[in-house]
Design a protein around this ligand. Structure first.
Ligand SMILES: Cc1cc2nc3c(=O)[nH]c(=O)nc-3n(C[C@H](O)[C@H](O)[C@H](O)COP(=O)(O)O)c2cc1C
Length: 237
């Protein structure tokens, strides 16, 4: 691959065309899978790859206001189906079930333990710069995003970051032939209760944003993929 400082060679053009084709083929392969083959398991190296794709995902302010739960416990999966109304063919039969949580407003306040940890420990911001950063961050939540003082809106803002992670996981999966289905068709209050009882989340700090089932399809989707044309979807202004 050419870097900015080098002139691209014909081989670079070939590999870019190849990369484009690979990615679009993966998007066409990826379908919302309704039934997973319960006998097939994702290889550990592929699971690590999916988790790393999640970890490298971008988030607003680099705040990473989400966590990823790998739900291995069959009982928890069954409880989710029974109590939250999920579909067993996806949530129990799939090789892996990931839940993406989003931080609540308490956890993403500028002076919360989580925010302090992100800025001071993870990003290694000098403590002397932190107070000024907190004021700026509060300003973003207040006058730019308009979510300050509205717990639901702040949670939804955090949840939007989790959905970026969701998209990256599904694309990374499709690129290596792993099937997936994003899952939000459940009673969220019940799903939160199941995850809380399992000791996975503290609902004061995080709640479920979205789940994704991962594995291998049992059968081909019954309906072809449908999308609007670019003409209908895109407007240049
Ligand atoms: C955020 C999100 C949540 C979804 N939730 C569910 C779900 O709970 N159950 C389900 O069977 N499909 C779910 N889907 C799948 C969509 O219905 C599906 O992606 C859409 O109909 C397009 O079909 P395709 O993915 O096969 O192209 C979800 C998709 C997304 C992106």
């Amino acid at each position: 691959m050419a870097t900015m400082s080098q002139h691209p060679t014909p081989a670079d053009f070939d590999s870019r065309a190849h990369a484009r084709q690979m990615v679009l083929d993966a998007f066409r392969f990826r379908r919302a899978i309704k039934a997973f083959d319960p006998s097939r398991t994702i290889a550990p190296a592929d699971v690590d790859y999916l988790l790393e794709a999640a970890r490298l995902s971008p988030t607003s302010h680099g705040l990473e206001p989400f966590r990823l739960l790998v739900i291995e416990d069959r009982k928890v999966r069954l409880d989710l189906v029974e109590r939250a109304g999920g579909v067993a063919a996806q949530m129990v039969d799939a090789s892996h079930l990931f839940a993406l949580t989003a931080m609540t407003s308490a956890a993403v306040m500028p002076d919360s333990d989580f925010v302090r940890h992100m800025e001071l420990d993870i990003k290694e911001m000098p403590p002397t710069a932190f107070a000024e950063w907190q004021v700026r961050f509060r300003g973003f939540l207040t006058s730019r995003y308009g979510v300050w003082g509205n717990d639901r809106a702040i949670f939804d803002w955090a949840g939007r970051q989790a959905y970026i992670v969701l998209g990256n996981i599904m694309t990374a999966a499709a690129l290596v032939g792993i099937d997936s289905c994003a899952l939000e068709g459940m009673v969220y209050s019940e799903a939160d209760a199941v995850l809380t009882e399992a000791g996975a989340i503290d609902p004061d700090n995080e709640r479920l944003a979205v789940m994704v089932a991962l594995g291998y399809r049992l059968e081909e989707p019954r309906r072809p993929m449908t999308r609007r044309s670019l003409g209908e979807m895109v407007q240049r202004i």
